[in-house]
Design a protein around this ligand. Structure first.
Ligand SMILES: Cc1cc2nc3c(=O)[nH]c(=O)nc-3n(C[C@H](O)[C@H](O)[C@H](O)COP(=O)(O)OP(=O)(O)OC[C@H]3O[C@@H](n4cnc5c(N)ncnc54)[C@H](O)[C@@H]3O)c2cc1C
Length: 406
């Protein structure tokens, strides 16, 4: 059977791939989207959406505030130091809070919208195994489903296949790796209503780390517990009750009993091998990488989804007009370069910001400890507020203007 032919084939239906497919399909571009998972909940990803991500989704046609999918708005933040209350920060730009949204529900909804278009093909539960070439340029994807292999063809191939990207590996993209010294254990426990008001994100700074805990849509508190890189194997041997006991050593007394009761009621466990990297070029042999596949983000500031969505918008702005008319491979390659050029300043700014806090938190120097203990006073200084405001601006609103133009 001869391969099906598309204008665009996208590998990976995470936020970048699903967003891009929506824009392409709704503009009449013949689009294939390939996702290895049959069930989106099998793939663990972040759930925090910043105002930039909210706006990007709204631009594409998904206004979270008007959608009936599971979400929780974190309207308050409370920070503790070694189990004692330190500060309830109210960063500039935080007025509307941060939305924690079920990614499986959101992605499923986005795919349903794509499926309204006849020019859209969704290959659910299909893994991209390899690429196919014509005269040295990638012209298709090799898919596997239930041990059956077949190919699809496309004029443009886009890899949105995340941090362990197959396309990145297959095409040997050159990568700059910014080593990180932490990993994170993520899990959820029932929401501690006796301790936290609904919709409150909680953080506890401890001598060699941090616990970051957003309120989630499923009446759960998600615990992100920072550990030394590579120490998970040892912690895993001890078992999850040992994790809780470890956390209890430095947690506020009001949370201690709740954690005790939560033993045996832990869900959504995931160990995140924290990393930051970036492909030196985002395109090769006719393939463009976007989202985590092009630049893996660490979880600081909850930026990955937001950046991935904004990548998709910029890519669509450049590619939709080209795909609607006859185009040369050179025109496509030039567009790939323009997309990278437009997105790079924001990606670099966010990754540069993300590099430092993990080390500062893990290796707390005397100065860091002093600053943390006196944060209430220090944060009143105009100079510090100016720096905080600059950081908040980057995290909440991004560095560059991104809007749909097609
Ligand atoms: C535990 C955790 C917490 C995080 N917290 C946040 C947060 O709060 N806010 C935030 O913004 N970011 C967060 N992040 C980061 C965020 O999840 C990612 O940056 C974001 O999902 C990247 O989107 P993406 O579309 O590029 O890739 P992904 O979301 O990784 O999607 C890639 C998709 O490609 C599919 N795929 C991979 N290989 C193949 C293949 N060979 N064939 C077919 N399909 C394939 C995968 O199944 C997946 O669905 C977190 C990440 C983790 C792991």
């Amino acid at each position: 059977m001869s391969p099906k032919v598309y204008d665009v084939a996208i590998c990976g239906a995470g936020p970048a791939g699903a967003a891009l497919a929506n824009i392409f399909a709704s503009r009449g571009i013949k689009t294939a989207l390939v996702e290895r998972q049959s069930d989106f909940s099998k793939e663990f990803r972040g759930e925090g959406i910043m105002p930039t991500g909210y706006q990007a989704l709204k631009d594409i046609g998904f206004d979270l505030k008007k959608m009936e999918i599971p979400m929780e708005v974190n309207r308050r933040i409370t920070v503790y130091y070694r189990g004692k209350h330190l500060i309830d920060p109210d960063p500039p730009g935080f007025e509307d809070g941060l939305i924690w949204v079920s990614q499986p529900a959101l992605l499923e909804y986005m795919i349903q919208q794509c499926q309204k278009y006849e020019n859209f093909g969704f290959y659910r539960g299909h893994r991209v195994k390899d690429v196919t070439y014509q005269e040295g340029r990638v012209n298709g994807l090799c898919l596997v489903n239930n041990n059956q292999e077949f190919n699809i063809r496309a004029k443009v191939i886009i890899g949105c296949d995340g941090r362990s990207s197959t396309l990145r590996r297959r095409l040997n993209f050159e990568i700059k790796d910014y080593k990180q010294i932490i990993d994170i254990i993520w899990f959820k426990i029932p929401y501690p209503h006796d301790f936290l008001k609904r919709g409150t994100a909680f953080a506890n700074i401890v001598p060699n780390g941090l616990m970051v805990c957003p309120a989630c849509y499923d009446d759960k508190l998600q615990i992100g517990w920072i550990i030394a890189k590579g120490s998970y194997k040892e912690l895993n041997k001890q078992g999850e009750e040992a994790w809780i006991s470890e956390i209890q050593k430095t947690c506020p007394p009001e949370l201690f009993d709740h954690l005790e009761k939560s033993k045996g009621n832990i869900s959504n466990k995931f160990v995140l091998d924290v990393g930051i990297d970036r492909c030196k070029s985002w395109n090769k042999n006719g393939v463009l990488l976007l989202g985590d596949a092009a630049h893996m983000m660490n979880p600081v500031g909850g930026q990955g989804i937001n950046i991935a969505l904004r990548d998709a918008i910029v890519a669509a702005n450049h590619l939709v007009p080209l795909l609607k008319k006859d185009h040369s491979n050179k025109a496509i390659d030039d567009a790939f370069l323009e997309i990278e050029k437009e997105r790079l300043p924001e990606v670099i700014a966010v990754q540069d910001f993300q590099k430092r806090p993990t080390t500062i938190v893990r290796k707390q120097s005397t100065t860091t400890t002093f600053l943390i203990k006196n944060i209430r006073t220090i944060s009143k200084s105009r100079f510090v507020r100016k720096i905080l405001s600059k950081i908040a601006n980057l995290i909440f609103y991004g560095k560059t203007e991104v809007e749909i133009k097609v």
